[in-house]
Design a protein around this ligand. Structure first.
Ligand code: NAP
Ligand code: ZN
Length: 336
């Protein structure tokens, strides 16, 4: 097989430099994708910096991938060479545990990450188990679809899991890659949506994306005004904040759900509000392959798409710097 060429981090926090590897024989259940687009998810930045202590160098980041099937293993069904497909955070799972059997592969303890201890999508090609490769609906343009493969599913899944509906009030913290898609999906589900941001300049766009309300997350007063308001708060920011105040912002039976990987231990304050309001604190990882297909279909039918800023693949370092500075509106996408 031909070598795969990409851009890799060779040490924690290092700039990406050219790198290639030998993929070996294609497995019978594997698909090789010729990559056209790859979004820059903040998880790539965490992995490059080794924030989670799981990075092995060198590795090629990237897990919001759209491209075409370059080759399919002998046992692959339902995907054809040349077909446009997507691949997200997860590239394989054990296939036999209770969670895989239930079709909730994102909860498998043997889950394989597309760019965790293997090479991902800032490259010309990538491989994955066919189960984790999804066809892209025709109505979605590749550049706007790529961020749905991780950012999109990560916010869509909890909206489904927590049964968001037209009676729901939803708060979204952090209007970045995940958050700007979360606003759109929450509107599709019919919810009343509040965007919580540190960037006053995002208010107009957040409202244009569908937010009914906009609040500065750094102003404790605005949080106090919202006490007892929300059924679901999705935190997409990777920063510590006043979780106790956010629990107060939930209505009875409401859930504070962590999507962003916050650095510090999560301190919830006094337990009584949790008990008295039957409130919950939760986390949610991406979504299963079947949910990803559902999410793409919903996005195609309801016009949900990532607002993107395109960079040539060779300018990945420049794009990463812009993401770090919270300057991208709202997802950087690398294009081959
Ligand atoms: P992103 O595009 O960089 O957006 C993050 C947003 O968080 C920023 O745009 C900013 O929004 C807000 N923010 C930044 N600094 C902040 C601070 N100091 N205090 C409060 N808010 C701050 O990142 P992303 O790609 O959306 O990813 C966000 C997080 O989700 C990362 O930790 C990533 O690893 C994680 N993630 C988790 C999953 C999962 O399965 N659970 C999947 C994908 C990503 P404002 O300007 O509006 O404040
Ligand atoms: Zn991601």
């Amino acid at each position: 097989m031909a070598q795969i060429h990409g851009l890799a981090a060779h040490a924690a926090g290092a700039e990406l430099t050219r790198f290639h590897y030998e993929p070996g024989e294609l497995g019978p259940e594997e698909v090789e994708i010729a990559i056209t687009h790859c979004g820059i998810c903040h998880s790539d930045l965490h992995l490059i910096a080794n924030d989670w202590g799981i990075s092995q160098y060198p590795f090629i980041p990237g897990h919001e991938i759209v491209g075409t099937v370059a080759e399919a293993g002998s046992l692959v069904k339902g995907l054809e060479v040349g077909q446009r497909v997507g691949l997200g955070w997860q590239s394989n799972s054990c296939g036999v545990c209770d969670w895989c059997i239930q079709g909730r592969e994102n909860l498998c303890s043997q889950s394989e990450g597309t760019c965790v201890k293997r090479n991902g999508g800032y490259a010309d090609r990538v491989r994955a188990h066919a189960r984790f490769v999804a066809p892209i609906p025709e109505a979605l343009e590749s550049q706007h679809a790529a961020p749905l493969l991780c950012g999109g599913i990560t916010v869509y899944n909890p909206l489904r899991e927590y049964d968001v509906n037209p009676s729901s009030r939803v708060g979204i913290i952090g209007i970045g890659g995940l958050g700007h898609i979360a606003i759109q999906f929450a509107r599709v589900f019919g919810a009343e949506v509040t965007a919580f941001s540190t960037s006053a300049a995002k208010e107009k766009e957040a409202r244009a994306l569908g937010a009914h309300h906009f609040a500065n997350i750094r102003e404790t007063r605005s949080l106090k005004d919202l006490a007892g308001n929300f059924d679901l708060i999705l935190n997409t920011a990777s920063a510590d904040m006043d979780w106790s105040a956010l629990l107060q912002a939930l209505r009875p039976t409401g859930t504070l759900c962590f999507l962003g990987v916050t650095p510090g231990p999560v301190s919830l304050g006094p337990v009584f509000p949790l008990i008295a309001g039957q409130k919950a604190v939760a986390g949610s990882p991406i979504g299963s392959p079947s949910r990803i297909r559902e999410m793409l279909d919903v996005a195609a039918r309801h016009g949900v798409k990532a607002q993107t800023e395109a960079f040539p693949m060779a300018k990945a370092n420049e794009a990463i710097e812009k993401v770090k500075k919270n300057k991208v509106r709202y997802r950087a996408v690398l294009a081959n």
